[in-house]
Design a binder for this molecule. Structure first.
Ligand SMILES: [Zn+2]
Length: 208
């Protein structure tokens, strides 16, 4: 697997970038790895980076974008925060990655059994975590079923996973409404913005 260069980055379409991630996740699920030499990639990227995708994912130790999509050095910008939502700084990072550094695909990657989502479902309160969880709680409210209060908490894993998926979709809406730069790039077809859910039991990513 070759390190991306300015020339290869320019030829990659948003759809091709998505295909790279789908193929990489297939390799991961089959315990295959693209043949790459990370130390050589250190050399090859020493004078610049030309990644093809930007991925916002959770801090969860089981969900490393580089690993689950089998990517090397210089392939993806990886943004991580518990619960994979956005704020102004994360939007700024995304705008840098897409507009200035040329990535063609922006992925919001949620995952099953997410601790931050569970915290939001339970309306947990703890130190600075409270403010973070407040930002995820709109996704809890947006999932209407089940109605019974006793089923709307972290003990109901189906509910938790539905909230996680809703949180991905709402984060994408928030990106479009809060970033003129990214919305414009998407409208012009320069980038694609897609959501995905990583299944911690199978290693598979389902794109939404
Ligand atoms: Zn998580």
């Amino acid at each position: 697997m070759k390190t991306h260069t300015k020339e290869t980055q320019e030829t990659i379409t948003p759809k091709k970038a998505l295909d790279f991630l789908i193929e990489g996740n297939q390799r991961f699920q089959n315990n295959l790895r693209a043949n790459r030499n990370l130390l050589e990639q250190v050399d090859e990227t020493a004078n610049g980076q030309f990644p093809f995708a930007t991925i916002l994912s959770c801090i969860d130790s089981r969900v490393s974008s580089e690993l689950v999509f089998d990517q090397g050095l210089g392939d993806i910008f990886s943004i991580r925060i518990a619960g994979n939502f956005i704020n102004e700084d994360i939007l700024g990072s995304m705008e840098f990655a897409c507009k200035l550094a040329g990535t063609k695909l922006l992925v919001v990657l949620g995952h099953t059994a997410c601790g931050a989502i569970k915290g939001a479902c339970d309306h947990a309160r703890l130190g600075n975590l409270t403010a973070l969880i407040n930002k995820i709680e709109p996704a809890v409210e947006a999932v209407k079923e089940p109605k019974e209060e006793t089923l709307r908490n972290s003990k109901n894993i189906d509910f938790v996973n539905e909230v996680a998926e809703k949180n991905v979709l709402m984060t994408i809406d928030n990106i479009r409404s809060s970033s003129v730069v990214l919305a414009e790039m998407e409208n012009k077809g320069e980038i694609k913005i897609v959501g995905g859910m990583y299944d911690i039991k199978t290693g598979g990513v389902k794109f939404l």
